[in-house]
Design a protein around this ligand. Structure first.
Ligand code: ACO
Length: 437
């Protein structure tokens, strides 16, 4: 298993140049063109030649790397993994196939698939000693804290100092993350851990570890298994988002894979990123408890004196629609119907969406539902508790983080990530001893 991975560095070409004038002097900067025609002004030599740096807090206009993994056109609502449209993958592929595609650059053939899925199946167990770690956490510990800590702890069992362990450690991580996630849930509800089963699919095994109890083995519904598979695929990669950039940032110092992914999990936890799916349901619950007056909450979101935001709305990249949200909206209807679940949250969510999409505030700012808006409603219907939602996101995003980390590590021209700044603090001044202050 180590197929020819498309490299990130070979495709772009410097087709033309951009001219910058500074202090009356002209500088020609190369323009790099990606395979889908996206353009970037290459400023790598800017500081050496002009003495100036660029300023872009929040990195809204900064291309931090060349990457051959995921293509997004935010205006057209396009998302592709390694060239394959997200809707085709969500409809037809298995999550593990997509993981292979992202990490190794191609869809696996029959032999590659067998080798990869066997490897993942064989590494799902946690070292027995790691089970003891769970005992130390308080009963209501947030599962994202446990997930990050346990993933970092994997590095103590599987050091990656030796050459040639990368593929094995990647498989270990993909195999063990569902086990860690399910154990953290079992810990939170005070139930015994359920060990992984090799006869089940990746999603089926996770559901079994989550919902089986000794007195009653869990009957895995194909509807639930399929819905989970689709949700994980939709979250599997999203190019240089906050957590992925964190993974690249931490990985650029050559920290080990487990520590690097633990950092990505921490970044994902924030409410402006992966934590938004939990916030969406909490917001919908609040609206419901408050009598269901969603218009009041839309008004609050527009009010500049209020800090309230419509969670699950808006996206840094998508300014037209989020293709994942479109798929999830339709899936929410199908899954709830198939499971016979009548969730009033779905109604509130649809009403909120409808009113917001007609409102000038949201229209002019190009704010649309993002992936988190409907995913929580499906997770609820699958029986997954609210504080596990971001953990579910992490399970899905894992192959993307690994693929981006691997792409960076395999690129011989990669450097440690180290942005510059513009200093705005005090000028040099003498120290004043405490007695004189
Ligand atoms: N509700 C109300 N107003 C909003 C919202 C919202 N959800 N999102 C953005 N706005 C407003 C901002 O107040 C701003 O208004 P202004 O121009 O009058 O100042 C304008 O829209 C632009 O918003 P920014 O915050 O500048 O957009 P940015 O690209 O920096 O942020 C973000 C994107 C973080 C996703 C933002 O839209 C947000 O906070 N949304 C809610 C949280 C959320 O759903 N996060 C999940 C993102 S998807 C993901 O990570 C998987």
């Amino acid at each position: 298993m180590n197929p020819q991975v498309p490299t990130a560095t070979e495709k772009p070409s410097a087709a033309t140049t951009a001219r910058l004038t500074l202090d009356g002097k002209d500088y020609d900067l190369p323009v790099v063109v990606g395979s889908e025609g996206e353009r970037a002004i290459d400023i790598r030599k800017l500081r050496d030649t002009t003495g100036a740096v660029t300023l872009d807090p929040g990195y809204g206009n900064t291309g931090a790397c060349l990457s051959a993994i995921t293509f997004i056109d935010g205006d057209k609502g396009i998302l592709q993994y390694r060239g394959y449209p997200i809707d085709e993958l969500a409809e037809q592929a298995s999550f593990l196939e997509v993981a292979y595609l992202l990490i190794y650059g191609k869809l696996p053939n029959a032999n590659e698939w067998k080798a990869f899925s066997d490897l993942i199946t064989r590494h799902t167990l946690l070292h027995e000693d790691m089970k003891k770690f769970f005992e130390g956490y308080p009963p209501h510990a947030h599962p994202m804290a446990i997930l990050a800590a346990m993933v970092a702890s994997l590095s103590t069992y599987y050091p990656d100092s030796a050459n040639g362990t990368t593929d094995l450690n990647i498989a270990r991580l993909v195999a063990k993350l569902p086990t860690i996630a399910a154990f953290s849930f079992k810990k939170s509800v005070g139930q015994p851990f359920v060990y992984p089963r090799n006869d089940l699919s990746y999603c089926g095994n996770f559901l079994n570890m989550m919902f089986s109890v000794p007195s009653e083995p869990f009957k895995i519904s194909p509807v639930v298994e399929r819905a989970l598979n689709m949700l994980l695929i939709l979250h599997a990669d999203h190019e240089q988002n906050c957590s992925t950039s964190t993974v690249r940032m931490v990985g650029s110092s050559q920290a080990n894979l487990f520590a690097t992914i633990a950092a990505g999990i921490a970044a994902l936890w924030g409410p402006l990123h992966g934590g938004a799916n939990q916030e969406v349901i909490e917001m919908l619950e609040k609206i419901r408890a408050d009598g269901g007056d969603y218009k009041k909450y839309v008004a609050m979101a527009k009010d500049k004196n209020s800090t309230f935001k419509l969670m699950g709305f808006g996206h840094r990249v998508y300014k037209n629609f989020d293709p994942r949200a479109k798929i999830l909206k339709a899936a929410a209807d199908d899954v709830l119907k198939a499971l016979g679940v009548n969730d009033p949250m779905l109604e509130i969510a649809k009403n909120l969406e409808e009113i917001a999409l007609r409102d000038e505030y949201f229209v002019s700012r190009k704010l649309y539902p993002n992936v988190d808006f409907y995913s929580g409603i499906i997770y609820r219907a699958l029986g997954i508790p609210t504080d596990m939602f971001t953990v579910m996101f992490a399970l899905g995003r894992l192959p993307g983080w690994i693929a981006q980390w691997k792409e960076m590590r395999d690129d011989p021209s990669s450097k440690i990530n180290r942005p510059r700044q513009i200093y705005t603090g005090a000028l040099k001044r003498p120290f004043v001893p405490l007695s004189a202050r």
